[in-house]
Design a protein around this ligand. Structure first.
Ligand SMILES: *Cc1c(COP(=O)(O)O)cnc(C)c1O
Length: 403
């Protein structure tokens, strides 16, 4: 058994210390990257005991790896979970977790605004397996409750969502799911374990794309699933056979990133609120979506279930897509990219990033204006980012500024 850091230790301390000491070697202060595919045993009986799981140890890299295990231990402790397992990407975490439990004829209830890849699993791949998918309007708690009460096997949630940062009441959703004996999965990528721990509300499984805020440096892909031992062991078994294993080098980069998670989040969240307030006051900006704003429909729920309102916001522009075309290239301190959650501020239109697979009509139905800009707040100085936004928004060419 791995030694957990004591329960009364703060998340910031856990982010630094959890899953570290027991994986070090040679007196090094850092966890090594173990690139070995297999592990050698001279004692055949002991080898057998490790292979069947009676003794601790590693056999083959698709199953387990010490560096990867260190990552699993850190995310497990940050989420306050009994167990955690890892994946090559966030999408692998989602697809493997669903595939572990869903059978033909089962029913899953979720919402419209899940991550684009997740939405494709729901609309394209699960129906092929004769799994019934019902997607509700995001944030419409009554509709979700109504659908869950008709009976379902999994209730799948994401909060906050991409790109309009909608909030779903986790505690309320767990309550209705328990009525029908459904498992509740929550994609906690946007909030991170620093801002929100869904397991505290009775959720069964927390899923992460570690590629985003957990890693934080946009240089490694990864995913994780955290929950009770029984559930996670089943998912681990599915993953070890199906092969969506996290790479040890990625595990190392993610571990390194996670050590500064709480500091990065603190800066991003503080800046995000200032930036959201600035954008609201700007004449070129139409609507601002950020749960930290009092006029956001999910503000009260977010205040209850999150410790901070997050580093993601989005906004639409008064003069539409043409204005976005002119404005985005003018930003100095932002990568125009499909990623999010990095130390660098990252921007992109929803129509090019999260919802590139949808038609303009579908985006409109989801409440996503064509001019919606997703803004992932990095760890730069908040005033520098505001000044950058201000100069980019204020110097738009005449042609795009309708009168
Ligand atoms: C990026 C993302 C995913 C998918 O993660 P990958 O690591 O890119 O596979 C899933 N959910 C959310 C909310 C995301 O932002």
């Amino acid at each position: 058994m791995n030694q957990d850091t004591p329960r009364n230790i703060q998340r910031s301390t856990k982010a630094v210390w959890a899953g570290e000491k027991e994986y070090r070697a040679h007196g090094a202060t850092q966890v090594p990257v173990v690139h070995s595919v297999a592990y050698t045993y001279d004692d055949l009986d002991y080898w057998y005991e490790v292979a069947v799981g009676n003794e601790k140890g590693h056999i083959y890299g698709r199953n387990t790896n010490p560096t990867v295990e260190s990552f699993e231990q850190k995310i497990k402790e940050l989420e306050g979970a009994e167990a955690a397992t890892s994946f090559s990407t966030g999408m692998a975490a989602i697809s493997n977790s669903l595939s572990t439990f869903l059978r033909p004829g089962d029913r899953i209830v979720s919402m419209n605004d899940t991550y684009g890849g997740t939405n494709k699993i729901f609309s394209e791949f699960l129906p092929q397996l004769n799994i019934n998918v019902t997607l509700c309007e995001t944030g419409n708690h009554e509709e979700i409750e109504k659908e869950v009460r008709k009976g379902c096997n999994i209730l799948y949630l994401e909060t906050p969502t991409n790109p309009t940062v909608k909030i779903t009441d986790i505690e309320r959703m767990v309550k209705v799911a328990k009525e029908v004996g459904a498992l509740v999965f929550v994609d906690n990528t946007f909030a991170t374990p620093i801002n929100q721990n869904p397991l505290e509300y009775g959720v069964d499984l927390v899923i992460h794309s570690a590629t985003k805020f957990l890693g934080g440096h946009a240089d490694a892909l990864g995913g994780a699933a955290c929950g009770n031992k029984d559930l996670v062991e089943k998912i681990f078994h599915y993953r070890e056979i199906n092969g969506a294993t996290m790479d040890p080098m990625a595990a190392y980069l993610l571990l390194r990133g996670m050590k500064t998670l709480h500091l990065r989040l603190k800066q991003s969240c503080e800046s995000a609120l200032k930036i959201a307030e600035f954008l609201e006051s700007h004449e070129q900006v139409d609507k601002v979506f950020y749960p930290g704003l009092k006029n956001h429909p999910g503000h009260d729920i977010a205040q209850r279930q999150m410790r901070q309102f997050g580093g993601m916001l989005s906004f639409s522009m008064k003069d539409g897509l043409e204005a976005v075309r002119d404005f985005l290239p003018r930003l100095e301190f932002a990568n125009r990219a499909a990623n999010l959650g990095a130390v660098e501020t990252t921007v992109g239109p929803a129509r090019t990033t999260s919802h590139v697979e949808n038609t303009p009509e579908e985006r409109a139905a989801l409440g996503i204006p064509e001019s919606l800009v997703r803004y992932s707040v990095g760890i730069e100085d908040a005033d520098d980012l505001i000044n950058d936004l201000n100069q980019a928004l204020s110097n738009l060419p005449e042609t795009t500024t309708k009168t």
